[in-house]
Design a protein around this ligand. Structure first.
Ligand code: EPU
Length: 337
């Protein structure tokens, strides 16, 4: 079924809770609807197109003068299965965490560290969502998308997605050219390789944890640090953790030995942006309707009634200040529209 609206409020469709409108809105819930949706879109040729997922990583800075397209395709289908592994195809409109919960309930391993991430399946490959040592790329087998130029469904395998840190082909060569329809995941059915490498999970003892206990622990850690978007508008981590030259961070570590860093390669190091922002004194800071979350500085929040520009302005102040103090340029993870 296709759902069409004009002058439609996006307030409930973005987790920052910004009250922006879109000129046109089209949602659909079946794979085959895409042919009709594409036709409707071609009739609006002068209009910009924005594909919206769960709206958890997007900041509307003003009303949108184009057409917002949203997939509500919601299914899980087994594609193949052996004693060891199962491959499932999942509709791009399914809520990500409902999928993780389904996997854990079936004792399928691979997604448990990615518990409680807001958003939908379709955004997982675009953004290569990640948390607690695991990224979507570790479980994605392939992605089916509609190519607006070719006007056909295309399936690409994991390697062709060019996954990087919060990055993929969908944010680069294919930017603005596709809508993800479904994602195929390859999950383990036995002898799960649990990933307890990340700081907060390190204190778990591998012999007495299973998928369910990892999921519970991740949910507990996230609940303790990250604000619930239903209560306080936010888009998760606002900035990416910058990846820098090791020589540069070695020098900085002499001045700031407590700085949190992770090795990326022999020459590159990732720095915890949350640490930088907290050290610069921004944790819990508030101005007008916006602020920096008091438990995780990487998260900017809407205390209620904020305009997108207020968040942008706060983020710019933080970027400038972090540059002044550490000579590091932070880049938003959130996409500005
Ligand atoms: N830290 C501080 N102060 C802060 C925040 C963090 O000192 O205010 C320090 C922490 O003590 C810790 C380090 O920074 O030593 C890392 O913090 P945390 O474990 O909270 O993770 P993060 O690097 O801030 C990243 C992801 C999160 C993901 C977590 C857990 C990015 C941009 N963010 O945050 O992803 O949940 O790791 O894996 O990579 C998201 O992308 O929206 C998101 C929430």
């Amino acid at each position: 079924m296709i759902h069409k609206e004009n002058n439609y409020s996006l307030k409930s469709l973005n987790t920052f809770g910004i009250d922006a409108k879109t000129k046109h809105y089209i949602a659909f819930d079946q794979m085959d609807d895409i042919f009709e949706v594409d036709k409707l879109l071609s009739e609006l040729t002068d209009k910009q197109r924005l594909v919206l997922g769960g709206g958890s990583n997007i900041l509307f800075t003003k009303d949108f003068e184009g057409v917002v397209v949203q997939s509500k395709i919601d299914f899980i289908q087994k594609i193949s299965e052996t004693e060891e592994r199962v491959v499932v195809e999942v509709g791009s409109g399914m809520v990500w965490d409902d999928f993780v919960s389904y996997c854990v309930n079936n004792n399928w391993g691979g997604t448990e560290n990615l518990s409680a991430i807001p958003g939908v399946i379709g955004a997982a490959p675009v953004q290569n969502i990640g948390a607690y040592g695991v990224e979507a790329k570790d479980v994605i087998r392939s992605v089916k998308y509609w190519d607006f130029a070719k006007k056909q469904v295309v399936e690409i395998d994991n390697e062709s997605c060019h996954f990087g840190y919060r990055d993929s082909i969908f944010k680069n060569e294919l930017k603005g050219k596709t809508i993800v329809l479904s994602v195929l995941f390859d999950l383990s059915k036995k002898d799960h390789k649990l990933n307890l490498s990340y700081g907060a999970l390190k204190d778990l003892n591998e012999s007495d944890v299973d998928l369910r206990t990892i999921r519970e622990k991740v949910v507990e850690i996230r609940d303790s640090k990250l604000p619930d978007p239903v209560k306080i508008g936010n888009g998760g981590s606002f900035f990416k953790n910058p990846i820098l030259e090791k020589d540069f961070t070695d020098q900085l570590l002499q001045e700031f030995p407590e700085m949190v860093t992770y090795k990326v390669s022999d020459t590159k190091v990732k720095v915890a942006a949350g640490w930088l922002i907290e050290q610069a004194g921004w944790k819990g800071y508030s101005e007008n309707h916006v602020g920096v979350h008091d438990k995780q500085s990487l998260v900017l929040v809407n205390h209620g009634g904020a305009k997108g520009e207020e968040i942008v302005s706060l983020s710019q102040k933080i970027i400038n200040d972090i540059y002044d103090k550490f000579k590091i340029t932070l880049h938003p993870e959130v996409i500005f529209i």
